[in-house]
Design a binder for this molecule. Structure first.
Ligand code: GUN
Length: 754
């Protein structure tokens, strides 16, 4: 297998000087992000894999990495170059790009890993950074102090402290060269956090998570996940996160879902030397293979048997290519999953590939921070987990914050179906976000200051329920106003008023999921969240004919309809006027509940606003537009995801309701607890105001402040520094993203107000 000679790719175009070092997010899925890092050697698209190049042994030529595989960045070791006279001379005179014959982004490491393996290195802290700068690397690395997982707390604390103390001189030595500021801290959560906070203070371009190679070698993936969650939420979000020494594709989906942007891989070459193949589900030895785990382009014309018979060097080079191709393919899957909003699902699927990865995933989705599980199950899960028990004792509630950090970044509602994946489905963070929002915002109606004492729970079929239930709903609205109807879905009870809300409505799974009879204890628990824990539950099965009369029968039996004096309401249809009146009230409730849930508005305020409102409906009876009594069109329910779009008129009405002060600045903490405070405000600076007024997107760097409860996908109001409304749009990020990022779109403007 010779080197690649089939065609060259153009050299990259250097980024504008003002942009160099800046990182922007183009698309996100929770904490998973597609980004662009601006460098002198082009834009590096992330998540990215940086293959490790040993300048002495090049298993695959860097030029081939660029030309054939389109690899935008690689990593090599400056300490090896520094120590080797021949390499050092070429690098110093011609630069590292010439030395490696590679036109893309070059990152170098500093010798820390060598110090970990061999005990020490002879180079100085500033010296190695100056050297990296002098040979023209794009991203240099400071000489951090490696923290091993077997170290004591005291030893690790020293590594963290020493690394932080080396930071200022390293940053000065790097000058304008981008610099990696590694995070250490071993397996100690508070030290990882301390390291992240301490290093985040300095002007680093990227933060690698260090000290994880031995964790990965020993398959301690749960610790790996904990390290990420103890570090990443405490770093400035506008800096890419690099997982130092992580190149196994099996770890990519989970890592990216927890906020990783960069990986480096020596594994592709090291494993090839051992005759091992990387796959997204683990590692396989070629010695026993008859078929390829994945038929990658470089081996499409060969069988594993033929490859085994090749000359050693050729075989190693071919297997290294194979490993690289597999690794890049998995990275592509992750990137597409971010675009599709399915990254967590990919991580969930991959978690089944290795017991340790499954353990990590279950820890993430079901450990104490995730309160959805009943306590009994929880105890069973953590009994054998001394770590978790210790953690909880030492830091009660702390991991909850990490889970919140994931949940708060989820977009909800989203478009598309939600495939059922067993009990894991309920732990998906965007599902959790949807459940949480409902519990925080939705409440039963309270007519005349009184709630009813019953609640009707419909179960038995998947949606849409509208056609099946609309006549019944009109009659109930007429005969027993105030009676709440909830639908049982596989992910929880859904109020009928929100019957088209994703993801509740779009769970794609076997029919038995929907057929399950409601579990009385679970239902009671859920109803408590809505203040309906004491209500009598009346069940009605949606499957089969005569739903209307069965429901009315059940209500009679339960005595709910007793008070109606007429002979038998079951036999009477509503007349047109009664039906129209009931339907109008149902439409009003539908829109009001969406405004409360999705625009974070107070129920009473919405009720006042929608008094005498009217609705334009489509031929299926679904509300298209909501109009105030004066004719102003304020909102339109979205058919695709059950969401709500606001109009300029709606934005003006809602803007006028604000009682909070103008958010000039950033609270930093992302929090969701500001229930009923209205849609978040984003304060735009004077330079951007005219553009936003024309309907142009809001870019990072032009924002003076925002409310802490803003989150991706949510409607927000755009105001100038005087608090005047200049537009509205959909946020692309969290409040700390707004605080830190300097490039990229912060809000997609949906309407500008001239
Ligand atoms: N390579 C693998 N792990 C590390 C680390 O912790 N620090 C540095 N500088 N390089 C690494």
């Amino acid at each position: 297998m010779g080197a690649w000679t089939d065609g060259r790719r153009d050299d990259p175009v250097p980024c504008r000087e003002v942009d160099i070092g800046l990182f922007e997010i183009t698309i996100r899925d929770g904490r998973g992000r597609l980004g662009r890092l601006h460098t002198e050697h082009g834009i590096l698209e992330t998540p990215a894999l940086l293959p490790v190049i040993n300048p002495n042994i090049r298993t695959i030529e860097p030029r081939e990495m660029w030309d054939r595989y389109g690899i935008g960045a690689l990593i090599t070791n400056s300490y090896i170059i520094w120590k080797h006279e021949g390499l050092k001379n070429v690098a110093t005179s011609d630069g590292v790009h010439k030395l490696l014959d590679y036109p893309g982004v070059i990152m170098t490491d500093s010798g820390t890993f060598q110090a970990y393996v061999y005990g020490d290195v002879e180079v100085g802290v500033e010296e190695i950074v100056e050297f990296q700068r002098s040979i023209g690397v794009d991203i240099a690395t400071m000489l951090d102090v490696f923290s091993r997982p077997d170290m004591t707390e005291e030893q690790v604390a020293k590594c963290v402290q020493e690394t932080i103390e080396r930071a200022p001189a390293s940053v000065v030595a790097a000058g304008t060269t981008m610099l990696n500021g590694p995070i250490q801290g071993g397996l100690f959560k508070h030290l990882r956090t301390q390291s992240a906070q301490g290093m985040g203070e300095f002007d680093f371009a990227i933060h690698p998570i260090g000290g994880i190679v031995p964790v990965m070698e020993r398959h301690l993936y749960k610790d790996y996940a904990k390290i990420m969650l103890a570090s990443i939420p405490h770093l400035p979000p506008n800096r890419p996160v690099h997982m130092f020494g992580c190149g196994h594709p099996m770890l990519f989906p989970m890592s990216i879902a927890l906020g990783a942007d960069l990986f480096d891989s020596a594994a592709y070459a090291l494993f090839a030397r051992d005759g091992r193949l990387l796959t997204p589900w683990g590692t396989q030895k070629i010695a026993t293979l008859v078929e390829w785990p994945e038929r990658m382009p470089c081996v499409a014309h060969l069988t594993p048997v033929e490859v085994r018979e090749m000359e050693k060097d050729d075989r190693i080079a071919l297997l290294a290519r194979y490993n690289l191709e597999v690794t890049l393919a998995e990275l592509d899957r992750c990137k597409q999953a971010i675009r599709d909003g399915t990254l967590w699902r990919l991580a969930e699927r991959r978690s089944h590939q290795h017991p340790a990865l499954r353990e990590a995933f279950l820890w993430l989705s079901t450990s104490p921070h995730n309160k959805k599980l009943d306590l009994q199950l929880l105890e069973e899960l953590v009994l054998d987990d001394r770590d978790a028990a210790k953690d909880r004792e030492a830091n009660p509630g702390k991991w909850e914050n990490a889970w919140d950090w994931i949940v708060n970044s989820q977009e909800s509602p989203r478009k598309g179906g939600e495939p059922w994946g067993g009990e894991d489905t309920i732990s998906r963070p965007h599902i959790h976000a949807a459940q949480l929002a409902l519990k925080q915002h939705w409440r039963p109606q309270n007519r005349d200051g009184k709630g009813r004492e019953e609640v009707l729970i419909a179960y038995g079929t998947s949606g849409p329920w509208r056609e099946r239930l609309s006549d019944l709903m009109a009659r109930l609205e007429h005969h027993c106003p105030g009676l709440e109807v909830m639908i049982q879905t596989p992910i929880g009870l859904l109020p009928y008023s929100l019957e088209d809300l994703n993801p509740f409505t779009h769970i794609d799974g076997p029919q038995w999921l929907w057929r399950r009879r409601p579990n009385p204890l679970k239902v009671r628990e859920e109803l408590k969240h809505y203040g309906m824990g004491e209500r009598r539950v009346i069940l009605v099965d949606l499957l089969g004919d005569g739903i209307q009369s069965r429901a009315l029968d059940a209500l009679f039996e339960a005595g709910v309809l007793d008070s109606v004096s007429d002979s038998d309401v079951r036999l009477q249809s509503l007349d047109k006027e009664q039906r129209d009146e009931a339907k109008l009230r149902l439409q009003r409730r539908h829109v009001a509940d969406k405004m409360v849930l999705l625009l974070n508005l107070k129920r009473e305020v919405v009720n006042t606003m929608l008094k005498d409102s009217t609705f334009v409906v489509n031929r299926l009876g679904r509300v298209k537009n909501a109009l105030l009594s004066n004719g102003t069109h304020i909102v339109s329910p979205r058919l695709t995801d059950g969401g709500l779009s606001i109009t300029n008129g709606g934005a003006l009405e809602i803007h006028a309701l604000r009682t909070n002060s103008l958010p000039l600045g950033f609270e930093g903490n992302e929090k969701q607890s500001s229930v009923s405070q209205g849609p978040a405000w984003v304060v735009i600076n004077d330079d951007a105001e005219p553009f936003v007024r024309q309907g142009r997107n809001v870019f990072h760097g032009f924002i003076l402040g925002c409310d802490s409860w803003i989150s991706p996908g949510k409607t927000c109001l755009l105001v100038n520094r005087k608090g005047e409304l200049i537009g509205h749009g959909l946020s692309q990020c969290t409040s700390s993203d707004m605080q830190y990022f300097r490039k990229g779109v912060a809000v997609k403007t949906r309407g500008g107000i001239e």
